[in-house]
Design a protein around this ligand. Structure first.
Ligand SMILES: Nc1ncnc2c1ncn2[C@@H]1O[C@H](COP(=O)(O)OP(=O)(O)O)[C@@H](O)[C@H]1O
Ligand SMILES: [Mg+2]
Length: 371
């Protein structure tokens, strides 16, 4: 659990020290006081990335040159000395630094120390938004299970960039392409096979959760990729199998790639799809149903992490109750009320958790507005 959080120049916070409680903490404060920013910083501490922004520059307080986040983590009661996680970003040097107990490490590695799951109104974009958001979500869950995944994605992106540069030059470069293709296939197939393995676990949990949340219709999901022959079943997660198929698909797409001067297939183009009763959720579901699928995805993520790590992830609930009806609200609270640590934000706290859900949260008010 997170016992202390210190922020410097993160979003609207010049300096902030936050001491979350064990159990359920409610952070209340008016709109614009920084509640979402606070949860975003905790998410960043546990993942090395923001869930809202691609670019770290946006997280630096306006006018400042860096941000830093420092957190003290305690795992279980027996561990007397807390782990220290630190994340910082320096704008002029464009440098991100992640430290675990004072030693530099790769961004994904923090996921093993502080698994977090965030619920926010933006979760709807997991269904409605562009494929990149779904890939990012899935890759984050994979990274939380296999911290090495984040580094493999970076390698893959580097190789992809080189390959695309060659394609852009547009001359006959077959001999130069080969080594890049080999690496693209090596990293790419590892990425795909891990995604498939996590996705099948996720979908199992998600359709179960969806059913209990009152989705009477059957929820299924698919991994959409030109690497695999199209089919409704999830492809096998076996790495060697993925490697063979990716290699072949890449060869077959070579002349298209050369014509379009870009790598047209691979994990960077893949997508997830969800279906209710066989209908694509993105196009045929109501906003309410889409929200329920997104909610199920996040609960599924938290169940997988609990299984994987033998302890529950830290749950961040950003203003989610305002959008759920009473029944769903109590189902969500039921799911998490026994968790060791939950931090929820609300615009104004009226004490209704205590009455309705028999929860006695610790209340923190956020007055800070230091611009
Ligand atoms: N990089 C930044 N530097 C300074 N302030 C920022 C930055 N990014 C966002 N803000 C401010 O943070 C405020 C929003 O905080 P937010 O966490 O969304 O509030 P809440 O969730 O409590 O409604 C906005 O008023 C915005 O001006
Ligand atoms: Mg907010």
């Amino acid at each position: 659990m997170l016992v202390r959080l210190q922020l410097t120049n993160f979003r609207n916070f010049q300096e902030l020290e936050f001491l979350p409680f064990e159990g359920f903490t409610v952070v209340s404060g008016p709109n614009g006081s920084g509640k979402s920013n606070l949860l975003e910083s905790i998410y960043y501490l546990g993942t090395g990335y923001s869930y809202r922004q691609m670019h770290d520059e946006n997280l630096v307080r306006w006018g400042a040159d860096f941000f830093s986040i420092r957190g003290e983590i305690r795992q279980g009661n027996r561990q007397p000395i807390p782990y220290i996680l630190e994340s910082a970003y320096q704008m002029t040097a464009r440098r991100k630094i992640i430290k675990i107990n004072g030693k530099r490490d790769l961004p994904g590695k923090v996921a093993a120390y502080l698994p977090v799951v965030i619920f926010s109104p933006q979760d709807l974009l997991l269904i409605q938004g562009p494929p990149g958001l779904r890939r990012r979500f899935l890759d984050m869950v994979v990274t939380q299970v296999w911290p090495q995944h984040a580094a493999d994605i970076n390698y893959y992106k580097g190789v992809l960039l080189q390959r695309n540069n060659l394609l852009r030059q547009g001359i006959d470069l077959s001999s130069q392409m080969e080594p890049w293709d080999e690496q693209l296939v090596a990293f790419g197939s590892r990425i795909i096979s891990r995604r498939l393995s996590v996705l099948s676990r996720l979908l199992e949990n998600v359709s179960q959760v969806f059913e209990t949340l009152g989705g009477s219709i059957f929820l299924t999901g698919a991994y959409v990729s030109q690497v695999f022959p199209s089919s409704n079943a999830l492809p096998r997660a076996d790495e060697a199998y993925c490697r063979d198929l990716f290699r072949t698909a890449l060869k077959n797409a070579r002349s298209l790639d050369e014509r379009l001067r870009v790598t047209t297939l691979g994990p960077h183009r893949d997508d997830l799809r969800f279906f209710l009763d066989g209908h694509d959720a993105r196009f045929y579901c109501s906003q309410g149903e889409q929200r329920l699928i997104a909610l199920s995805l996040k609960i599924g993520q938290s169940r997988i992490l609990a299984e994987e790590r033998q302890f529950e992830p830290l749950i961040l609930l950003d203003d989610v109750f305002s959008e759920l009806d009473a029944k769903r609200r109590s189902q969500v609270l039921n799911e998490f009320c026994a968790h060791r640590q939950v931090i929820a934000t609300v615009a104004d706290y009226s004490g209704d958790y205590v009455d309705k859900y028999q929860l006695t949260p610790s209340i923190v008010s956020l007055h800070v507005r230091s611009l």
